[in-house]
Design a protein around this ligand. Sequence first.
Ligand SMILES: NC(=O)c1ccc[n+]([C@@H]2O[C@H](COP(=O)([O-])OP(=O)(O)OC[C@H]3O[C@@H](n4cnc5c(N)ncnc54)[C@H](O)[C@@H]3O)[C@@H](O)[C@H]2O)c1
Ligand SMILES: [Zn+2]
Ligand SMILES: [Zn+2]
Length: 384
Amino acid sequence: MTITCKGAVLRRIGCPQPYAESRPLSIETITLAPPTASDVVVKVAGAGLCHSDLSVINGDRGRDVPMVMGHEGAGEIVELGSAVTDLRVGDHVAFQFSVSCGRCRACRGGRPNICEAAPAARSRGELLSGGSRITDAGGATLRHQAGVSCFAEYAVVHRGSVVVIDPELPLTEAAVFGCAVMTGVGAVVNTANLRAGESVAVYGLGGVGLSGIMGARVAGAGTIVAVDIEEAKLDKARTLGATHCFNARDPDLDAKVREATAGGVDCALDFAGAIPALQSAYAVTVRGGRVVTAGLAPFGAQFAFEQGDLVSNEKQICGCYMGSCVPVRDLPRFVKLYRSGALPVDALIDSIIGFDELNAGFDRLAQGSALRQILAPHGGPRPT
Ligand SMILES: NC(=O)c1ccc[n+]([C@@H]2O[C@H](COP(=O)([O-])OP(=O)(O)OC[C@H]3O[C@@H](n4cnc5c(N)ncnc54)[C@H](O)[C@@H]3O)[C@@H](O)[C@H]2O)c1
Ligand SMILES: [Zn+2]
Ligand SMILES: [Zn+2]
């Protein structure tokens, strides 16, 4: 059926801060077309504010607009396309932001997170099955963000953009699994393939980086170094398992990390989206070690290293998209780890907000004063 509901539309990139005043996200009435055969309709219960959204809003990694924002979230299936036979109305699902075709070289190689068909649909703001399902009050087409657009009461997405989750999991908590948790934990257990006892350094302690700290602890890391420019983030990392914490503004950062780790770490992970963080990560990695970068710096940002150092020290530098995850394999696994207490991802959530606070929420994310704020489009528990 056609659904008319509320959604957050980005119409102008690069509005000045504070966003609470410039209001880059306008809360509008949007219309969702009925699902095509391969789509599903989700009633969104929670959607996380991620730095990747902020990078679109501030123009660091701009996209064509107008676009309904939101790529990390969870909800309940309310309608199925005619060809979707493996889901039921009422199923709880988490969104995942990199839908895959199942047929390209990457998919055939078991790496659906880097499906070759996905980037073209994403840059057009369309679903993998083609076209957008969203229009504004005047009937103009609105783009989907990452095939999702969950800063809205309802979302129409391709079947492959959702993963069924344990119905016992509160949906506001489930919201952070599709991006922060898959990326942060996946970077450690998939991309870095961390072995028990290895030492790690994690740069950038937002929702993604703190998930990396939790992933390192679950994987049995020996020493876990945490680095950020915000002291409060370092305190949080300590509570989640970091054994050593350093402020990135310290001019002796690299030397201090090396001193704390008997010469350097086996694996350094960047979740900061800032080139100085990646440079330090590279510098503190030992001979034979690996550097994983998942942070997304502004378009065009370059990273330099001495080629001879890479060769003679046999370092590896790996990009990491969505934690190198196979979503249907990894997301339920991470949910199980959460339910066992091993991956306390609820610690990432600092507030549940309504549409009225969405722009101010991005101010808080930009200032570094928030971790994961969850938009509850239909209302929900408020912070106490
Ligand atoms: N690769 C992927 O698939 C993927 C998925 C999600 C997010 N991301 C990217 O990961 C990054 C983190 O996302 P987030 O939502 O956790 O962001 P966030 O803003 O919550 O956290 C980023 C953290 O990095 C810190 N930081 C900034 N400069 C630093 C520096 N020089 N050294 C150390 N720390 C520094 C900030 O203080 C902040 O705590 C973003 O760039 C985001 O776009 C990538
Ligand atoms: Zn994200
Ligand atoms: Zn593919």
